[in-house]
Ligand binder design. Structure first.
Ligand SMILES: C[S@@+](CC[C@H](N)C(=O)[O-])C[C@H]1O[C@@H](n2cnc3c(N)ncnc32)[C@H](O)[C@@H]1O
Length: 260
């Protein structure tokens, strides 16, 4: 994929930092971070996130977050004592990570870079995570190759991508398609904002096949909330009612693995 495409991806995220449109406070203020963290934890329980990221296990170890957004995940790793590194394709995200770390009083290393060209030597990280990023980058195979390269043998991989067999993709988007006339692809692209040039959904089989160089792959589904799939008139139904379906039809497909 051409360099131009990466520029398009960068331009979108530079103009649309993660969830900024849903947060009624100026970027980088304490209120902005507090509001974002509440939004995030409403969609991804803190206890789930602790199990997923194994924060305590990586204290004193080197952790890289690729597409670090506003530093939510790295902040948690840093507070548990990890040596943390964040890269994001946008300057604005890196500034937000730095600001979050100032508020938290923790230390981290941040740089503007693409997942497709990571600015690190090979085999240096104990854990690399990349949540909600790989489905937006032009060349996902190159991105996975880079993540694998910078991980140590035995290092932990944690990623999240959009889920093909989700209620959103299988039910809501086909209905929205009829109403809006937009294509399924356009609706997926627009999940993180109008004008996003790329979004891809994956089935469990598809993501496993892309990650076949990793061992001990654990692939699981989460995140099914009423606001994601129900019209406003039906939102009296609680998130709890959807919980049993979450692990089958949720919007997030998580993968954990180990670099051989
Ligand atoms: C949906 S946000 C997720 C942020 C963060 N991972 C989290 O879970 O909060 C996607 C992030 O990936 C970044 N991004 C998109 N494409 C990228 C690429 N090719 N390389 C590095 N970062 C990228 C965006 O700038 C944005 O901050």
């Amino acid at each position: 994929m051409s360099q131009l495409r990466i520029q398009e991806v960068r331009s979108f995220w530079e103009a649309n930092p993660l969830c900024a449109a849903s947060i009624p406070y100026p970027l980088g203020t304490k209120e902005y971070f507090e509001y974002y963290d509440q939004l995030r934890e409403a969609n991804e329980d803190l206890s789930f996130s602790k199990d997923l990221h194994e924060y305590a296990k990586f204290s004193d170890r080197k952790v890289l977050d690729v597409g670090s957004g506003n530093g939510y995940i790295l902040g948690n790793y840093a507070q548990h004592g990890a040596q943390v590194y964040g890269v994001d394709i946008t300057q604005i995200s890196i500034e937000l990570c730095q600001r979050r770390f100032e508020y938290l009083g923790v230390h981290g290393h941040f740089s503007v870079a693409s997942v497709e060209e990571l600015p690190f030597a090979s085999g240096v990280f104990d854990c690399v995570c990349s949540m909600g990023v790989l489905h937006h980058t032009p060349d996902i195979k190159k991105a996975i190759g880079e993540i694998s390269r910078v991980l140590k043998p035995g290092g932990r991989l944690i990623i999240m991508v959009y889920h093909r067999n989700s209620a959103l993709y299988r039910l809501k988007f086909p209905l929205m398609r009829l109403v809006t006339g937009k294509s399924l692809q356009q609706l997926v692209n627009e999940v993180d904002g109008l004008g996003n040039p790329k979004g891809i959904v994956f089935s469990k089989t598809e993501i496993k096949s892309l990650l076949n160089n990793f061992r001990d792959l654990d692939v699981f589904v989460g995140a099914l909330k009423t606001w994601m799939v129900l019209p406003k008139s039906l939102r009296f139904i609680s998130d709890g009612c959807l919980r049993r379906l979450e692990n089958y039809f949720g919007w997030f497909l998580y993968v954990k693995g180990i670099k051989p």
